[in-house]
Design a binder for this molecule. Structure first.
Ligand code: ADP
Ligand code: MG
Length: 818
């Protein structure tokens, strides 16, 4: 614990007033000092201060025996020491946390703090930061003093182990403390450089700084320096080449002799000055950060205090403190993230009355008995979980995860049917029009088995024999003729339609529902908070179910989508085959084509995913047309090929899809941007071009397009010139079929930002937290839940700093925090 110097100072000042009569404290100053020394000794860590402390010999009480003049000197010495100690400790480590000041703190840093500036001031208020420099920092996202404090180093160089010159080992990063014996400018490789000979009690070593003659002025003979860097060998003797260096003065080391931070910089920013700036800012400002975590939590979880964590993250005392700093700061990120999503969930569910459904089991039975297969155990469990939600008066918000082909659609249909049975409308949203059409077809198929078709118009079918009244399904997509569309919209508005299938256009302005009770969204990526609030504005708080085939590790799902409850179909229908996956060398392209030809000859179909072109959808489309022409003229002239790309109208795409499904085409060539989330059981080959450019999860999605029928299916991956990392990915996808394992690997290799596009999903940046750190994720989650359960409003004064921080981190929902 830091020690409070105030009582001692008060006593000494009083003693001065009393003219050194040793009457300031009862029992005399010697006794008081002896007690104080015993307390203080253990809490001074700064070596310099400790040194002065010992020199004062306070533990040898002799005040009583001194004459008046000696007493005056003694009191003055001790007061000087106190002033120095108070300043000095403000700069460093644990002991440096200033004592909770009972008076305005006398620290010198207040002098250098520009008047009126705060932690949120632009960095230009700092001494030595010009607007040019500030512009460079802004490229790194650093604008305010707070940003600087949170601008963490990528890593640290370990220069903390001091060696003597005789111990230097070639090739190692070493640190020495030495005297400069000689320093001069030399020409090295034709460039003006600096050479120094430095020595300690064990020997001398040569140090050179290439292309830097200016050091001559800073490194005078007899100065003491610290050198940190890699030890080279020149003519059989050790040498430091352009090492980090600094003079050994009465201040903390910044560039050498410690764990030295390395920052990710941009053009025009250089490590040394940046490090110096950060040292200054951390020393001066970190202490002014308000610790927003509840004290009780900090204590219980043994977390570092925020100012200390910030300063140790930049300039750690040792590895242990560096780790503790990371833990504290990563905890903060995950904890705030969790509180944010919990808040969303609360807002979405508790604050909105839902529409409880009563579950009509016989109706469900009709559907399930009509299926040509038995549901898997996982499907049954998931349906139970969903039904339990639907019965509650709070709107469901559930994430349904299941591998490609795990049978999510039938689960969705069962859910939609329950909405209809309760007199509510249900909507099913797909990411693309093709998929919407496919869902429409799939749903109609299922309902026609369960009942009898009554109406079959374009885009609107109805079935009797399932509900007491006919159940009506409609497809609403952009391609429909305007008059027809308006008619469908009118029917939706009137409540004539029970189940509407479409894209995101469904929840946009034109479509008005009569009584929307359930929203099912296929693929969560593109559906976020914004859309939900759109619905809320329309006056609905339907049950929401989001379906995704992107397997997300559970902890991660709970962290990023903690506002959704999680159901997982972790089982594929029986008899699903292993898709043989092969990564081919470029020279094997022809044999891949030959393989496709043989498959087509035996009555199968194939997909070819065009090379990835990133520039724009238009260029991608053009490239796809070219590839399609090459393939249909030069490679597969005798076969029937179709093309899908993002620039085609939905009608064109629909036509191609329809032809492929009804086997009027042998090979479907498609750009990767078109979600080929389509179900064609007769397709057995998936050929992916530029496979090295895709992530594991995406490759897995492509692969999931085949293997849906009885025939053995294949996934062929072509990569022209894969990088090291890409090779690793291709190796993994060849061997691993399990989507969850792949997602884990993907996450490890690509990091969460890329994996999820966290920016798009409105999730705050994670700088310190690694999403692979499951233990910390769980800790943050359980602490967030614990706090939230005490009262989601966090109204009491002790939580106000936390509330402020939440509003800063989640600006969009700022209003909801206060
Ligand atoms: P996804 O989860 O990828 O959306 P689908 O719902 O499209 O999967 O189902 C894939 C295929 O599996 C469909 O043809 C569907 O009829 C079939 N299917 C679904 N559930 C089962 C089951 N329990 N047993 C056998 N086949 C099933
Ligand atoms: Mg699906």
């Amino acid at each position: 614990m830091p020690i409070d110097f105030t009582p001692l100072r008060k006593v000494l000042e009083l003693e001065h007033k009393k003219d050194y009569s040793d009457s300031a404290v009862i029992g005399g100053l010697d006794r008081f000092l002896a007690k104080w020394v015993a307390q203080a000794e253990g809490s001074i860590t700064e070596p310099k201060i400790l040194n002065r402390f010992y020199k004062l010999n306070l533990n040898k009480p002799n005040y009583a025996s001194l004459n008046r003049e000696q007493r005056r000197q003694r009191v003055k010495d001790i007061l000087n020491f106190l002033a120095e100690a108070e300043q000095g400790t403000g700069k460093r480590g644990e002991a440096s946390l200033p004592p909770i000041p009972s008076k305005p703190s006398p620290k010198p840093r207040t002098k250098t703090t520009a008047a009126g500036s705060s932690i949120n001031s632009p960095i230009t208020v700092l001494k030595g930061i010009s607007s040019t420099l500030a512009t460079k920092f802004s490229k790194l996202g650093v604008r305010t003093i707070r940003d600087l404090l949170y601008f963490f180093p990528n890593r640290h160089l370990d220069y903390s182990q001091r060696k003597t010159i005789s111990q230097l080992a070639e090739g190692k990063e070493e640190t020495i403390f030495a005297n400069v014996w000689q320093v001069r400018e030399v020409k090295l490789g034709g460039r003006r450089s600096t050479e120094a000979i430095v020595g300690d009690e064990t020997g001398n070593v040569r140090v050179v700084w290439f292309n830097n003659p200016y050091l001559v002025r800073q490194l005078a003979t007899n100065k003491q320096v610290v050198i940190s860097g890699r030890v080279g060998i020149f003519k059989g003797r050790p040498v430091f080449e352009s090492p980090e260096w600094e003079l050994l003065e009465d201040r903390e080391l910044v560039h050498t002799g410690r764990l030295v931070p390395l920052y990710h910089l941009t053009q025009g920013l250089y490590p040394r000055p940046v490090r110096k700036i950060l040292k200054g800012v951390v020393d001066q400002w970190a202490w002014q950060l308000e610790d927003f975590l509840p004290q009780e939590l900090i204590k219980r979880r043994h977390l570092l205090a925020l100012p200390q964590a910030i300063s140790q993250a930049h300039f750690p005392e040792d590895e242990l403190m560096k780790d503790r700093a990371r833990v504290r700061l990563a905890f903060d990120e995950l904890f705030l993230l969790q509180l944010g999503v919990l808040r969303r969930k609360h807002h979405w569910r508790e604050a909105q009355p839902g529409s409880p459904f009563s579950i009509d089991t016989p109706i469900l039975e009709v559907l399930l008995h009509s299926l040509p297969f038995e549901l898997t155990t996982a499907q049954k469990r998931v349906i139970r979980e969903i039904l339990a939600d639907l019965e509650k008066p709070k709107p469901m918000s559930r994430l349904l995860q299941g591998e490609v082909g795990s049978g999510k659609t039938v689960v969705a249909v069962a859910t939609l049917l329950m909405a209809a049975a309760n007199g509510y409308q249900g909507a099913l949203m797909a990411p693309t029009e093709i998929l919407a059409e496919q869902h429409f077809t799939h749903i109609c198929q299922l309902l026609s088995r369960a009942g009898h078709q009554e109406v079959e118009e374009d885009y609107r079918h109805s079935y009797s024999g399932i509900l007491p009244r006919p159940i009506t399904v409609a497809l609403l997509i952009g391609d429909i003729k305007e008059t027809r569309k308006q008619e469908l919209q009118q029917r939706i508005f009137n409540g004539d339609i029970d189940i509407v299938v479409g894209t995101h256009a469904l929840i946009q302005k034109e479509v008005e529902f009569f009584r929307l009770g359930l929203l099912v969204i296929d693929e969560q990526h593109r559906f976020g908070v914004t859309q939900r609030s759109l619905l809320r504005q329309k006056g609905f708080s339907p049950h929401v179910m989001v379906m995704t085939a992107t397997p997300i590790p559970r902890t991660l799902a709970l962290t990023l989508y903690g506002d959704l409850d999680l159901s997982v179909i972790d089982q594929l229908p029986p008899g699903r085959q292993v898709i043989k996956t092969k990564w081919l060398k470029p020279q094997q392209r022809d044999s891949a084509y030959a393989f496709l030809r043989r498959q087509v000859a035996s009555g199968r179909q194939a997909f070819i995913i065009c090379p990835l072109v990133e520039e724009s959808e238009a260029i991608q489309a053009r490239a796809a047309v070219a590839e399609f022409e090459r393939l249909s003229q030069e490679v597969f002239a005798e076969l029937r090929l179709g093309l899908l790309h993002g620039r085609m109208s939905a009608a064109e795409k629909g036509k191609v899809m329809c032809h492929f499904r009804s086997h009027k085409l042998d090979i479907l060539v498609s750009t990767p941007v078109v979600e080929v989330g389509i179900d064609v059981p007769n397709a057995t080959v998936m050929l992916v071009e530029s496979a090295d450019r895709f992530g594991l999860s995406q490759l897995h999605q492509f692969r999931g397009r085949v293997g849906r029928g009885q025939e053995q299916s294949y996934c062929l991956l072509l990569a022209e010139n894969p990088s090291e990392v890409a090779r690793e990915r291709l190796d993994i996808i060849e061997k691993v079929q399990d989507g969850f394992k792949l997602a884990d690997e993907d996450l490890k290799m690509r990091g969460p930002g890329e994996f999820f596009g966290t920016r798009q999903s409105g999730i705050p940046d994670l700088r310190m937290a690694k999403l692979s750190d499951v233990a910390l994720l769980e800790l943050a989650r359980s602490e967030a839940i614990r706090l939230f359960e005490k009262g989601p409003g966090l109204e009491t004064p002790e939580y106000q700093p936390l509330v402020k921080e939440l509003a800063r981190i989640w600006p969009k929902e700022g209003g909801e925090w206060s």
